[in-house]
Design a protein around this ligand. Structure first.
Ligand SMILES: Cc1cc2nc3c(=O)[nH]c(=O)nc-3n(C[C@H](O)[C@H](O)[C@H](O)COP(=O)(O)O)c2cc1C
Length: 369
């Protein structure tokens, strides 16, 4: 039914307009107690066997909403109601900014993909912190806060901008993510080089510890699929050395070649980050590589091209404790989160593993033996 609705309504609309319309409906539904209880009971069922622990946090299941969908933390309960068990808000930057000029989001329907060059349009760390502080949670959901650099801040001053966001947001974050991998802020991905990343992550860690003294806020870094393999290894080693809690792999890709894209070449040529199905293979590859390098010493989060429960299961077997998605939600609609968790429960039951934790990395361990 959603596919029909998508073809009749959303597909005919500008993708960004369609996003805001769907977003408005989700937020509205979440404000009506009877409706949200009904929807959550149908779409966010709890499977006991999928209970997950990641970086000291207990979750109902491993599947969550990737960053970029709820940039300003306005729909946490709405997305939780749809069955996403953790919601990563942001990217939030130190200062508010409008993002790139429109049009900046494109659907590659034939490829089940998106290209975006949103450019971190968001209300900024002060406004988002205020919203999170005032939030009265309806559902118990894990809230990750993903932070990035304000566009007008020079690369050399990036750390101070991330620290500003950390000071404002860490107290409201179940976990914090340093995003150095979006392709739409000039120079941002240079921060993945270990000589830049080391001082940045150290400064954010110190700021989080200074600001939040009653618990240790888990700190993760999110990386690009376009890193060379040696650079993936270097980030992994650095994360272990600095005692980071996790790595999120991956963000969108700037690559277009070799992905077998079938959409109109004019669309494929649009500048920005490509997400969805064509990203699947490389994201899985980066994840497996990371797990082979760090094992269970760091929690890995798999994202990029996940469409089905089978895709999510493959990420878990490759080494992911948590999995996330964004693009397939646009194509598959409100039953998607439920389908993933339900399918994962079935796969776990049919597998030789007693718990989800046992399955994490099982395939990669076999391959490196
Ligand atoms: C429109 C759009 C906006 C995004 N914005 C962000 C963002 O602000 N911060 C971030 O870390 N990732 C952002 N992402 C990347 C996603 O979080 C995710 O890493 C990527 O889309 C791959 O997952 P998918 O194939 O399931 O979409 C964005 C993705 C899309 C499609």
């Amino acid at each position: 039914m959603y596919k029909l609705f998508f073809n009749l309504v959303f597909k005919r609309m500008d993708p960004e307009q369609a996003h805001y319309l769907a977003f408005r409906w989700i937020r509205l539904a979440a404000r009506i107690p009877v409706l949200r209880t009904f929807v959550a009971a149908a779409l966010a069922p709890r499977h006991k066997e999928l209970r997950t622990e990641a970086f000291g946090l207990r979750m109902h299941g491993p599947f969550g909403l990737a960053a970029g969908f709820d940039k300003n933390a306005v729909a946490i309960d709405g997305m939780s109601m749809l069955g996403f068990d953790h919601i990563e808000i942001g990217t939030v930057t130190g200062e508010a900014q409008p993002g790139n000029p429109k049009k900046r989001l494109f659907r590659l329907v034939q490829d089940r993909a998106l290209i975006n060059r949103m450019g971190f349009n968001n209300e900024g760390s002060a406004a988002v912190a205020e919203r999170l502080a005032a939030r009265k949670a309806v559902f118990r959901t894990t809230v990750g806060v993903n932070i990035g650099k304000t566009k007008v801040v020079a690369e050399a001053d990036a750390a101070a901008d991330y620290v500003k966001s950390t000071e404002r947001l860490a107290a409201h974050a179940d976990y914090l993510v340093v995003n150095v991998s979006s392709p739409n802020t000039p120079g941002l991905r240079n921060l993945q080089a270990t000589e830049s990343l080391r001082p940045l992550l150290t400064a954010v860690r110190e700021a989080a510890d200074r600001t939040v003294t009653d618990r240790r806020v888990p700190l993760l870094v999110k990386i690009a699929p376009d890193l060379a393999d040696e650079d993936v290894d270097a980030v992994a080693d650095l994360a272990v050395e600095l005692g980071l809690d996790g790595i999120i792999a991956t963000n969108t890709t700037t690559a277009r070649e070799g992905l077998g894209l079938k959409s109109d070449p004019a669309l494929v040529k649009e500048t920005g980050g490509l997400s969805g199905a064509p990203l699947k293979e490389r994201s899985l590859e980066v994840l497996s590589r990371l797990y082979a390098r760090v094992g269970d010493s760091i929690t890995l989060v798999g994202v990029g091209g996940i469409e089905t429960a089978e895709d999510a299961w493959q990420r878990i077997l490759a080494g992911a404790t948590l999995v996330q998605g964004y693009s397939a939600f646009i194509y598959q609609g409100p039953f998607w989160g439920r389908a993933i968790h339900k399918g994962l429960a079935a796969r776990l039951a049919a597998s030789p593993y007693a718990t989800l934790a046992e399955a994490v990395g099982a395939e990669t361990r076999k391959a490196v033996k």
